[in-house]
Design a protein around this ligand. Structure first.
Ligand code: ATP
Ligand code: MG
Length: 350
């Protein structure tokens, strides 16, 4: 008897519920040993219970074998104090679950070259993964504001990493590259930053354990340029929290739409939280226009990385490719299909 795995579905705000509904339909259609439980998060949870990450939602996330997350963010709550805003829910989840490794694959599906901002022949070659560190860096260092002796307002955010934090993400980078084309590019700013020099030293030490992986180093400014000049040259990129945030949004436009990019956030045991890289998109919420592919592809990553179900993951990815090949496109990709119609096309291809 196979034991049933529990999936926590946290749809969230805006288009989150619309796209996670399609991902759930796809998972349910595959008749896998999965059970689903939903809980509110973000603005939806604040409305219901006065907190963006209620205790019951956090408890479900901890109890589940994997989490499928939609998006959080609701302009109606912009005026709230920071700890009550919808966005705090995802930061809180990442912290409580200790998900330190964020995997963001970017590849172009056949036929979407015309939606890329790059020339078709450049876009066609993109098949890369950004491995972004998620629990450190300038996001979590000491922060503050003060007034200087000269009476000027000053702000600071401390960029810091210790070697254990770099080492564990470096291992994920090398392991990811080893399963792919065997090329790891470590991105830093070691010509200027102490944190980056430490980063580079530790990555080089870890490299000794992965002789099959070819390691290169690149400064982040050059990496940003190469990503639009020759993205096909990248296989796996490993980088810190801030640089990874920026480079992965940049990569999303190279593959046609932010609505195509899934992500996985993994802890030390590969228990994970899976979400599209896009946000709650309040501008198109409730209109049935959102592209559900990023959410569906996030569900595929969940099967592969947290549930050891690689074959069904491959089948979902192939079904997305096949659905797009039939010409079904949501508006972000230049088409007129609704969220539901895109989901239907993926189900039909399955
Ligand atoms: P966050 O801060 O949560 O990352 P954001 O402000 O960066 O959010 P998004 O919510 O990601 O913004 O939306 C950015 C733009 O991309 C919006 O114009 C939105 O409509 C569009 N967009 C985002 N996701 C999708 C999707 N799945 N399908 C179509 N368009 C999308
Ligand atoms: Mg964003």
């Amino acid at each position: 008897m196979t034991d049933t795995k529990l999936i926590a579905i946290l749809p969230g705000d805006g288009i989150g519920p619309e796209v996670t509904a399609e991902a759930r339909r796809v998972l349910e259609a595959m008749a896998l040993p999965l059970s689903f439980e939903e809980a509110p998060v973000g603005g939806a949870a604040y409305r219901a219970s006065g907190h963006p990450l209620p205790d019951e939602t956090l408890a479900l996330a901890k109890r589940a074998d994997a989490i499928l997350f939609g998006a959080v963010g609701d302009p109606a709550f912009d005026g709230l104090e920071r700890s009550l805003r919808p966005e705090q829910a995802i930061l809180g989840l990442r912290k409580h679950l200790a998900t330190f490794a964020n995997l963001r694959p970017a590849r172009i599906f056949a036929g979407l070259e015309d939606a890329s901002t790059l020339k078709p022949e450049v876009a066609r070659a993109i098949d890369l993964v950004i491995v972004r560190e998620l629990n450190g860096d300038v996001y979590f260092g000491e922060k503050g504001r003060r007034t200087t002796d000269a009476g000027l307002r000053e702000g600071h955010d401390l960029m810091r990493y210790d070697e254990s934090e770099v080492r564990r993400i470096a291992h994920i980078g090398f392991q990811t590259a080893a399963k792919r084309r065997g090329k790891l590019c470590s991105v830093d700013k070691a010509n200027v930053l102490e944190t980056s020099q430490l980063w580079r030293d530790v990555v080089i030490e870890v490299a000794a354990e992965y002789p099959q992986v070819e390691l290169t180093h690149m400064y982040v400014d050059n990496a940003a340029m190469q990503l639009v000049r020759n993205p096909g040259a990248f296989d796996t990129i490993v980088t810190g929290n801030l640089f990874g945030d920026i480079l992965s949004d940049q990569a999303s436009m190279c593959v046609g739409s932010i609505g195509m990019l899934p992500s996985a956030s993994l802890d030390a045991d590969a228990k994970g939280l899976y979400e599209p890289i896009h946000g709650s998109a309040p501008d198109i919420a409730g209109q049935g226009k959102a592209n559900p592919c990023a959410a569906i592809l996030s569900a595929a990553m969940m099967l592969r990385h947290s549930l050891a179900m690689s074959d069904p993951a491959d089948r979902i990815e192939a079904a997305v490719a096949a659905a797009l090949a039939t010409g079904v496109r949501t508006p972000d990709l230049g088409g007129t299909a609704s969220t539901r119609a895109m989901g239907d096309a993926v189900l039909a291809a399955l």
